[in-house]
Every structure is written in structure tokens, then in C-alpha cells.
Design a protein around this ligand. Structure first.
Ligand code: PLP
Length: 410
């Protein structure tokens, strides 16, 4: 952290370097010096193969290479090309046929969707609520827009979803403001790998349906990891429950093509609302497109064209799904291997169900992470634990890591 020279901090704390990219850069430097096979880089939030190469779905790559110059070079409409808006809803909902009013607005990844929800469904100075374990950029997005992040405890003592803590915090904030955004990142929560099960969803929905009628909640479901959480329709089994929410709760899903289609750099995603009335859905579209215009204007066209083509061709869609399943199975196997080893050596992790990351709670994360770095193992120290990316390391590394971490944990 340094003093600002010419720029204005405007209430933001701006670090000199992004923490995770900083660690990853040190890992890359060590790989160059000692050799790739002597370093484990478990910091990366992208799916890599066992040799550390980025996995790009070949079926998606094939569609990318078929695009005509007009399809990738022309401006897209602010809210997204019409075929994309339909395709992205199908991609999110799959077999579920919502009866509510849905609208989709294209965004640059899930990040853009989160940003637009904050700018349109909270006031300047508001608190936004999420889980104590969460993806750090949520805080960055809040501070950039003059909001602040409040947290509730994700887990009960028994390792289930802590809806009591959610309720307590929600009512605490209701004393200060009448509207509230709640962010739930599920399934395959970053950084723990947790997913709310149907029962847990039901209790959340019950609770939200009992808030006073003069309060409004925007429920932002960050679904960035939906397609790497296990069977794809099972990972969406909570969607019908969302329709049971009262009209003073607006569900908005942040959908991303970064992980699902391995299109991280094409910056493609969407925000999808599930509104009770046509008016609320139309307002969503109008307000969010306004925000898009003011921040990134229109989104990159290529990713939108790719998804539109995939959904226009059932055979292609089948190919993408089959290929993705292969890699999802690989990721699941890595997670299982890590958890089996952790159990063997007595390493306690936070409740993990599936996904890119596993978290180990501990009281000395910075110390453990820096000692691991000396051994050529790079993981991310969080405030109260260590985040390991199973997405970026081999099965062999998953076998090795639990004992190495356990040896340093207090
Ligand atoms: C929890 C979570 N939400 C959202 C995103 C959004 O990613 P993108 O903007 O690339 O779609 C990520 C990416 O790492 C994430 O981990």
C-alpha cells in the first residue's frame, strides 16, 4: 500500500499489487529458475491439466475459429445480441422452465453482473451482505462504488449452512436500510467448495419470504461455477425454489462463461433476473443496460456469438457438454484425492462439496503460506485460512499437499 501521488483514493484502499496474481507471479519465477516439476502452483482460478497447461474446450475453440469477422468485430447491442440473450437463459435454466419474467443483460463475465447489481439495487453508502468466506473482489466492487461489505457466518458448528447468522445480520442491517443485496455464491463456492443443498435453500427462501413487506431484498446468486459442481442439472436443482420467493425479493443470477466454456479472457457473462412482474423485469433491463453503457458500453461480441452458435446446434451443444464432463470428472477426482489424503493425515478442511477450491482453516495462514513457498508450494493465505486450487494442480500434487500443509499448521 502506498500514498496516492496524483490519483484520488476516494475512500478506496488500493493495493500496489493484486495479492493472488502476486503469489502466482512468484510461482512462475520459481518455475523458470528451478524447473516446472519442482513447483506446485495451487493459486490459479482456472482449470489446468496435470502439466500445468490451460485447458480450453476444443469444441468451443472450434466454434471460435468458425466466426466471421462481422461476428467478432462488430459492436454488439448494449444488452447483448438477441440470440445470446436467449442462449444464455437456456444455458442457465436448462430443463427448468421459469414461469416468472426473465430478462438477460450481457456482462463482461460474472464480475460485470455483480458490479451492475450493486449499482442498481443498492444506494450509495449501503451495506451489502455475503458470507464470511468469500471471493475477495466482492469487497473491491463495493468500495469502488461507495458501498461496504458485511458478512455472516457461512457455517454452523456442524458444518451446515448457517441461516441463523444470515437472519441475524440481515435484520441488523434492516435497522439501517430498507433494502439489501445478499450475495450467495453456490454451488462450488469460492473459496470453500460448499454448495447449499435443497433443504438449505428452502430455509433461506422461507426466511426471505418472512421479511416485512416494506423491506426489499435482491438475492444475487453468483453461479460462476455451476458447470463444475457435479451433474449439471443437479447443480441447478434450486432454481424452481427461487420462484417461490415473494415479490419484495428479486433473484438475479450472475452467470459466467469464463469457467463453463473456458472463455476466461473473452469476458462473457450475463445477469439474469427472475422477476414476479413484467414491470420489474423491464426496469431491470433498462437500469442495467444504462449501467453497462456507462462502464464498458457493449460487451465483446465473440463470446456471445460462440454461445449463440452452440445453442443453435444440438450436436455441438452435446459435444461441449461431453467434453466439459471429462474435465469436470478430472476436477472432482482431484478434490476427492485431496480430501482422502487430508483425512488420512488429520488435516481439517472447511466443508467441501465440489469445485475449484478447498479451504483449510488455520490461525497462521501467512506463516504457513510463506514456509510452503520455500518448499516450492504456492497457495493463497486468506484472513482465517489457506485456499488451495485443485483446479490448477495435478492428482499427484493433491496427494502430496495435505501432509505438507498439516506439518506447518498450528
Ligand atoms: C466467486 C466468483 N464469482 C465470480 C467470478 C467471475 O469471474 P468472471 O468475471 O471471469 O466471469 C469468479 C471468478 O473467479 C469467482 O471466483
Amino acid at each position: 500500500m502506498t500514498e496516492m501521488i496524483f490519483a484520488e483514493a476516494n475512500g478506496r484502499v488500493i493495493p500496489t499489487e493484486d495479492k493472488i496474481f502476486g503469489i502466482s507471479n512468484r510461482a512462475k519465477a520459481m518455475m523458470a529458475e528451478r524447473g516446472k516439476d519442482r513447483v506446485i502452483n495451487a493459486t490459479i482460478g482456472a482449470l489446468l491439466d496435470d502439466d500445468g497447461n490451460l485447458i480450453v474446450l476444443s469444441s468451443v475453440d472450434k466454434v471460435f475459429r468458425m466466426l466471421t469477422p462481422e461476428e467478432y468485430a462488430a459492436y454488439a447491442p448494449i444488452g447483448g445480441i438477441p440470440e445470446f440473450k436467449e442462449a444464455v437463459k437456456k444455458d442457465m435454466f436448462r430443463d427448468f422452465k421459469p414461469k416468472c419474467f426473465t430478462e438477460a443483460v450481457a456482462t463482461p463475465g460474472g464480475t460485470g453482473a455483480i458490479r451492475n447489481v450493486v449499482s442498481n439495487y443498492s444506494n450509495y453508502g449501503d451495506k451489502v451482505l455475503t458470507t464470511d468466506w468469500h471471493w475477495a473482489p466482492y469487497g473491491t466492487i463495493m468500495s469502488e462504488q461507495g458501498r461496504s461489505l458485511e458478512t455472516f457466518q457461512l457455517f454452523t458448528e456442524e458444518g451446515g449452512f448457517n441461516h441463523f447468522s444470515l437472519k441475524e445480520k440481515m435484520y441488523e442491517i434492516f435497522k439501517l436500510q430498507d433494502r439489501l443485496i445478499i450475495i450467495l455464491n453456490t454451488p462450488s463456492h469460492n473459496p470453500t467448495g460448499y454448495a447449499l443443498n435443497k433443504q438449505e435453500w428452502k430455509s433461506v427462501i422461507d426466511m426471505l419470504n418472512n421479511i416485512p413487506s416494506d423491506k426489499k431484498v435482491t438475492l444475487l446468486i453468483d453461479a460462476a461455477y455451476s458447470d463444475f459442481a457435479g451433474e449439471e442439472s443437479e447443480a441447478r436443482d434450486y432454481l424452481p425454489l427461487i420462484e417461490e420467493l415473494n415479490d419484495n425479493v428479486l433473484p438475479i443470477i450472475a452467470h459466467s462463461l469464463s469457467k463453463s466454456y473456458t472463455l476466461y479472457g473473452l469476458r462473457t457473462g450475463a445477469m439474469i433476473c427472475m422477476a414476479k412482474t413484467k414491470e420489474v423485469a423491464e426496469e431491470f433491463k433498462r437500469a442495467c443496460e444504462f449501467s453497462s453503457r456507462a462502464s464498458w458500453s457493449n460487451c465483446a461480441r465473440a463470446g456471445q456469438a460462440i454461445l449463440s452458435k452452440i445453442y443453435a446446434d444440438p450436436e455441438l451443444l452435446q459435444m461441449v457438454m461431453e467434453e466439459r464432463k471429462t474435465y469436470r470428472d478430472m476436477l472432482i477426482k482431484r478434490g476427492e484425492t485431496f480430501m482422502e489424503e487430508a483425512k488420512k493425515v488429520g488435516l481439517k478442511t472447511l466443508p467441501f462439496r465440489s469445485g475449484f477450491f478447498i479451504t483449510i482453516p488455520c490461525s497462521n495462514p501467512e506463516e504457513v503460506a510463506s514456509k510452503l513457498e520455500e518448499q516450492g508450494i504456492f497457495i493463497v493465505p486468506l484472513a482465517k485460512g489457506l485456499r488451495v486450487s485443485g483446479a490448477s494442480i495435478s492428482i499427484e500434487a493433491c496427494r502430496k499437499l495435505p501432509a505438507a500443509i498439516k506439518a506447518l499448521i498450528k
